[in-house]
Ligand binder design. Structure first.
Ligand code: PHE
Length: 353
């Protein structure tokens, strides 16, 4: 009987190997362990065995039953695992943003062209050792004008039509306004660091102006400042050229002419050949073929003083890149008002990730 039991067990092992469906495994199990199953059939002849034989066969039969149960449980869990793996391999979700997905669904978000250009410019300056600073939109007239060498009665205040707040004065006796340029951060930057230093400060600025193809009331500038010993106009020109080649990745025609800003001396206007009309004349360049892109100059001693820096010891340059104009030149956009329109037909042309 023992031999028969062993034989049955071996047969069972061979049979279960070949199965791959849960139902088959269960029916194999009952064909061995069920009431009329092979093992039960063998055990029926137990009654004819001697007491000694029974002592031996009883535990052996139990052992084989347990082994069969174990093999069945193992086989069932193997089958379940195989099914799960098969499902997983069939229902794969590709969470990467492939070109195929992009092509299928074009309604995804993307960056605004301003953001794209700002990030690019920031990366260029970061690689040249500049810090990136931020500053408040609501300013006092000290930071927007006085510290920049534009006292209250200075005619240059009229150069930038200002949105003033009604709340009158700050605790220091200063009126509040919406900053008209990012040059405010020149002073804040100087006050909070010691030379030598170099930083840029991108941000929104506000002017109470009539809008047209190249003017908006709310627009973006990127201020830059470098202060140290023996900084010269050639350093300034080097940096300006460097950024423009990096951004346009081609030679763009530029011209440098004298420009007046009370906070720089000498001051320059760096113009770029209009990329919208290739210099032929259009509404963006007001038919002159050139666009004012990068006003700049050597920092005025009074401004250094207002920032707590001794102009006898240090000097530097500053510039105020017109970020929106740069975006327009880079992408050939013919009206600055598109940038703020929120129109998806415009915005979705620049999607990049
Ligand atoms: N702040 C000036 C403007 O907005 C630009 C500028 C910045 C000029 C720095 C010179 C140096 O018009």
């Amino acid at each position: 009987m023992i031999d028969k039991l062993n034989e049955a067990y071996e047969k069972f092992q061979a049979e279960i190997e070949t199965l791959s469906a849960q139902a088959d495994v269960l029916s194999l199990k009952s064909s061995y362990l069920g009431k009329k199953g092979a093992v039960s059939e063998i055990l029926k002849s137990l009654k004819d065995a001697t007491p000694e034989e029974r002592k031996e066969i009883g535990p052996k039969a139990n052992e084989i039953k347990q082994e069969i149960e174990k093999l069945v449980a193992k086989k069932l869990s193997d089958i379940e695992l195989a099914q799960i793996n098969e499902k997983l391999s069939k229902n794969k979700i590709d969470i990467t943003f492939t070109d195929a997905v992009k092509a299928k669904n074009n309604n995804h978000g993307g960056f605004h062209p301003r953001t794209l250009v700002q990030q690019e410019v920031e990366d260029i300056f970061l690689s040249m050792g500049f810090e990136v600073l931020d500053g408040p939109h609501i300013e006092t007239e000290f930071y927007n004008f006085e510290a920049l060498n534009i006292p209250g009665d200075h005619p240059a205040r009229d150069m930038q039509d200002t949105f003033w707040f009604k709340d009158e004065k700050s605790p220091e006796g200063n009126k509040h306004l919406l900053r008209t340029h990012t040059s405010t951060i020149q002073v804040r930057g100087m006050q909070s660091r010691k030379p030598p230093f170099r930083f840029i400060a991108p941000g929104t600025v506000f002017r109470c102006e009539r809008t047209d193809a190249s003017h908006e009331m709310v627009f973006q500038q990127l201020e830059g400042m470098m202060v140290g010993k023996d900084i010269s106009v050639s350093n300034l020109i080097y940096f300006m050229k460097e950024i423009l080649t990096e951004i346009f990745k081609k030679d763009v025609e530029v011209r440098l002419r004298p420009g007046y800003f009370p906070f720089v001396e000498p001051g320059f206007e760096l113009d770029i050949k209009c990329q919208v009309c290739s210099g032929k004349g259009c509404s963006v360049c007001k038919q002159v073929g050139w666009v004012e892109l990068l006003p700049c100059g050597m920092v005025h001693p009074n401004v250094l003083r207002a920032g707590g820096i001794d102009p006898e010891e240090y000097n530097g340059f500053a510039f105020g890149l017109g970020l929106d104009r740069l975006v327009m030149m880079k992408y050939g956009i013919d009206d600055i008002r598109h940038l703020q329109s929120g129109d998806l037909r415009f915005n979705s042309q620049f999607k990049e990730y």
